[in-house]
Design a protein around this ligand. Sequence first.
Ligand code: ZN
Length: 356
Amino acid sequence: MSAEEKLNNHNLDDGAGERAQVLELPMPDDFHVHLRQGPMLQAYVRRLAATCGRALVMPNTEPPIASADAIVQYRCKIEEAAEIGFVPLMTFKLLPGMAARTVDECACAGALAGKYYPCGATTNAADGPRRPEDVAAALSAMEAAGLVLSVHAERPGAPAFQREKLFLPTIDCILDTWPRLRVVIEHVSSRETIDYINSRPDRLAGTITAHHLLFTIDDMLGEGLDPSLFCKPLIKFEEDRGALRQAVFSCSPRFFFGSDSAPHPVQAKLKRNAPGGIYASPTEIPALAGLFEQHGALDALPAFLAKNGAAFYGLPVTGQTLRLTRKRWLVPEEVDGCIPLCAGKELDWSLETDGS
Ligand SMILES: [Zn+2]
């Protein structure tokens, strides 16, 4: 049977017609998460550490993580907050005029990536660069040090559904100007960007969230308005979701999991001018297991969650295992003061520790 046939025919029958009750996965990595600072940090870290062994932590806190000292302090806080065994992978925020020396110091402090937030593109991005030239010295230093450039690839101010597509010329410019720089387009949301990544050299990759794989814009506003699904980039259309699913179900090494889990308190999400962001950590892995199973693609889940990203970042696969059990449960409306991904929906897979 070819790999493709196996993918199409895969199911959880154990040969005797019984569906397996346990799903064992290599411990997932989350290559894009927001853990915030302050009193809720511990809850967010522990929630994430229940299903992910490592995570690339975004630096758009207030104040931003933009120096070696800030990286060391933030990593310490996260490690203190975490249960044993969780490894935070650190990033720094690219600020206009950032010196090459600052980048070198961040690399020495263990940063794996620098994050490019176009000015005004999303939460806490008012201090970001307006164009790549604003951070040219830093990008050259990152290229020399072998750091990954992680990009929020949306053009601020453009029509909301076109922001991602209209940022692709800027990615072209970065790839051409820094020919050895490895680049990740974060939270890919559109068919155009999937096609674009596939058409460019393999030093360009993309992260994909659970919510962009699960939902379309109709889930957010086709019936009652669901503000918990408002995020940047916006969840898009059926054909976009189809292209994202095809990319991950086919095990393409160019795409890997980055949840963009971004907790905002319930009250903030329900206000006018609510921030974009979905609290995905509590449910993302069980929800993805259900989606991949539904589409006969469970074979592709380990590559998406635990192998492709590690390979791109040059990290070993962790060797730990995550066990899910087949137990239907109703996702509560609120977790850690936030509306979790899939709130009010039933999921088929539970964390093994959910038995209590
Ligand atoms: Zn993010």
